[in-house]
Design a protein around this ligand. Sequence first.
Ligand SMILES: [Zn+2]
Ligand SMILES: [Zn+2]
Length: 277
Amino acid sequence: MTAAAAAAAGAGETRAEGGAPPKEKPPEPSPFAYDLHNHSTFSDGQLAPDGVAAVGKAKGLAVGLADHALLHGQLRSAADFAIYYAAADRNGLFRGLEIDLGVPLTWPLRVLEQADYLIGSLHGLELDGRYHPFIEYFNHRLGLQDRYEPPAAFADRVRFLDAALAAFKKGLDDWPIAILGHCTLLPVVEREVPPDWAEAFIKLAVDRGVAIEISGLWRVPREDFLQRALELGATFSFGSDGHTRGTVGEIDYCREMAEKLGLPAGRMYVPKGKRRR
Ligand SMILES: [Zn+2]
Ligand SMILES: [Zn+2]
C-alpha cells in the first residue's frame, strides 16, 4: 500500500456501531501525508467540513481543520466550539484551530485544549498602539490586489521584525501552540528575511518544541530558511491553508521542499490526538 493509499484508508474509514467484527486498525498515514491547515465554513473557508474531508480523502491525505478561532471565525462561545469539534470528529478530521497571534484571546484555555493542536499565525502586527492587519498584503500575494502599500508603521524594518518576533514569542508564552503557521509570510520583509532573524525565529521554535509549518498556499518558508531550520533541529508540518475546493489539500510545495531537503520522517509533526471516527 502506498503512503497515500494508507492515508486514504485512515481518513475514509467509517466504523459500524456494534455487530460487525472489529476491523484491523488502519495503518498510520505517512508523516508526509498530513495536511493540518484547512479552513471550512466555520471560518473563511468555502467548503463545509464534509467537503474538506472529501477532498482530503480523494488526495489520500490525513486532514485537519484549522479554522480561525478569532478574527475571521464564527466560533463565539463554548457551544460553538463543541459544534465545531463534533463536525471535525464526524468527518474524520483533526480538530485544529488557527490562532491570531498578537490579538488578545478571550477563550478559556480548556476550550482550546479540546483541540488536537493549535496553529499560531501572525495576521497583523501591533505597532504604536495600533493593530495593523496584513489582509491587504495577503490579497496582494494571492493576486487579488495589484499593489500593496505597507502602512508607515512598517517602514522601519528592524522594528517591524523585532515586533513580529516578539508577537510569536508572546503567543508561545500564552497558548499551547503546536505549529507556527506560514511564519515568513510577512509584509515588507518576506522576500529578504534577514538571516539573523531567521536564526532567532528558528531557535525560538526549536526551544519551545513547536513545528514550523511549510505552507502550500503561500509557498513559505523558502528553501534556505527551511534548510537552516533542518540544521538547527526544527520539526515541520505540512499545511495547505486551503480555503477552497482547489486549495484544500494542496501540499505540492510542502512535498517539493521535503524532497529537496531530504526531511527525515522523524522531524515531521504528527498530532497526538486521534481523529475520532
Ligand atoms: Zn493564517
Ligand atoms: Zn489559515
